[in-house]
Design a protein around this ligand. Structure first.
Ligand code: E4P
Length: 232
């Protein structure tokens, strides 16, 4: 399952872009509101950090079809191209109409604020590249977020659609793993949960043990230094 970083924080994006195999960055108006300032320059900086090959997902702020389409075209022209810049459009009637129009013109749409499998089915039929079901928001209304992602994946498998799931709104590692087990194509994860996907206390104690045992046996020299000096 592809992993995308769900933040607009430049330090976090620099960090995970360097160390983690993320395939892109997702934003939404709430995420951007946390950064403030010149948000156009900020989004350009995100594109600069991740380069031209990674996905940048940016949400429209308009709510009517024609305005959403115009805004989507402006977003793609400003922050990348039709291949690497995904326009996030909420799952409304106007959004579905805009998605149909944009998809036919070769734009990649991430249909966002998906809270049901039926919404995902309609988004796929309209030509969305991704649908973004909100796992934690579903669980906060006593629904089963991972089960709904599984339903969507089953529908997509049955239809053979090219639309992929980009699961979103994660609060726990277990949710991310649950979604990965459904066969979903991608998940977008915030910085805190992204760190937790890799961190493990027993990994840390294991590494400390290896280092201590090595030092006890060979001192401060590294294996690389021993190899370089061998036979000298
Ligand atoms: C994707 O970018 C979604 O907008 C985002 O994951 C929603 O997450 P939240 O429910 O934590 O706000």
């Amino acid at each position: 399952m592809k992993l995308i970083l769900d933040t607009a924080n430049l330090n976090d994006i620099k960090y995970f872009n360097e160390f983690f195999p993320i395939v892109g960055v997702t934003t939404n108006p709430t995420i951007l509101s946390k950064e403030g300032g010149d948000i156009v320059a900020h989004l350009k900086e995100i594109r600069k950090i991740i380069g031209d090959d990674k996905e940048l997902h940016i949400q429209v702020t308009e709510t009517k079809c024609d305005e959403m389409v115009a805004e989507a075209e402006a977003i793609v022209a400003c922050f990348g191209n039709k291949k690497n810049t995904f326009v996030k459009i909420p799952a409304t009637d106007e959004g579905i109409k805009a998605t149909g129009y944009l998809s036919a013109k070769g734009y990649k749409v991430t249909m966002t604020a998906i809270l049901s499998a039926s919404q995902a089915m309609i988004a796929a039929n309209a030509g969305a590249a991704y649908v973004a079901p909100y796992v934690s928001r579903l669980e906060n209304i006593c629904d089963d977020g991972v089960a709904i992602v599984a339903e969507i994946q089953a529908i997509f498998d049955a239809c053979g659609t090219e639309t992929e799931i980009l699961a979103a709104s994660f609060k726990t590692v277990r949710q991310v793993l649950g979604v990965a087990l459904t066969g979903a194509g991608a998940s977008t994860v915030g910085s805190e949960v992204m760190h937790k996907l890799l961190a493990h206390p027993t990994t840390d104690t294991s590494i400390d043990g290896f280092a201590a045992d090595w030092k006890r046996a060979f001192g401060d020299v590294t294996l690389g230094e021993l190899i370089a000096n061998a036979g000298k």
